[in-house]
Design a protein around this ligand. Structure first.
Ligand SMILES: [Zn+2]
Ligand SMILES: [Zn+2]
Length: 259
């Protein structure tokens, strides 16, 4: 059995405080059958440092992008294009819209999101999209900018079934994080029950959002197994079946990631 953590911020774990390093975090995940990792970029400034940190690990892939809550103030599209051309970069993002935490700069977020989709299309790399409280604008911009030409994933999904279906109709996958395990997540659990296995990915979004039973701890890629087990139970399949299909989905979507 092999799982993939399809979305983690490997460069943002507090290694110093816990006196561990990236190698031991990856080894702990490997011991729980997590074989591959996608380390997701959130700013262009920190991207080179992330690439240096993951360089020794051939089972770690990278994305390049600017998180909607990290506008710089607006993404430098030329720099994004240059950095994202790196062979190790298998996806563009995370990008998207977050009106929950940052409703005051919607137009900057939208401009940045459009630039990310354009670069993704130029480079032929799929998108990692963060979307919160911005369903209509997210789907509208995806359609207007032709996001279906490269596809991608709505990551850490917490929105409606209707939004998931609209994204899937554009060829997108839906990634489920540890939020699904939370006690107040019954609406999301109902959505997951309706999503086809063929479109699902699992992720930690570590160091944030540790799943039950690790709440209160810093999240790490090893815990994607707890997310996967929870989703498997919701879908009435075994953990190994869920691992097989989500791992296949990962490599189908991120076709530049090689096993
Ligand atoms: Zn996100
Ligand atoms: Zn993230």
């Amino acid at each position: 059995m092999m799982l993939v953590d399809s979305h983690c911020h490997l460069d943002r774990l507090s290694y110093g405080d816990k006196q561990v390093d990236m190698a031991s975090v990856l080894a702990a995940a490997h011991a729980r059958d997590i074989g591959y990792f996608l380390s997701v970029s959130v700013t262009l400034q920190q991207f080179p440092e992330m690439m240096t940190a993951i360089a020794p690990f051939t089972n770690v892939f990278a994305s390049c992008g600017v998180h909607p809550l990290n506008q710089e103030p607006v993404v430098d599209a030329a720099l994004l294009r240059e950095l994202a051309s790196n062979n190790r970069v298998v996806a563009i993002g995370e990008t998207g819209l977050d009106y929950y935490y940052s409703p005051e700069n919607k137009s900057t977020q939208q401009a940045s999101f459009r630039e990310h989709i354009r670069v993704a299309r130029e480079l032929g790399k799929p998108l990692i999209i963060h979307t919160r409280d911005a369903q209509v604008d997210t789907l509208r911009i995806m359609a207007e900018e032709g996001a279906e030409q490269v596809g991608g994933v709505l990551h850490c999904f917490t929105e409606s079934l209707e939004m998931a279906q609209a994204a899937m109709a554009m060829g997108f996958y839906i990634s489920i994080s540890g939020i699904v395990t939370f006690r107040n997540a019954s609406a999301l659990q109902a959505v997951v029950r309706h999503l086809p296995l063929e479109r699902l990915l699992v992720e930690t979004d570590s160091p944030y959002l540790a799943p039950i039973p690790h709440r209160g701890k810093e999240n790490e890629p090893a815990f994607v197994r707890d997310v996967a087990q929870f989703v498997a139970d919701l879908k009435h399949v075994s953990l190994s079946e869920l691992a097989d299909i989500t791992t296949r989905n990962f490599f189908d979507l991120f076709s530049l990631a090689k096993r």
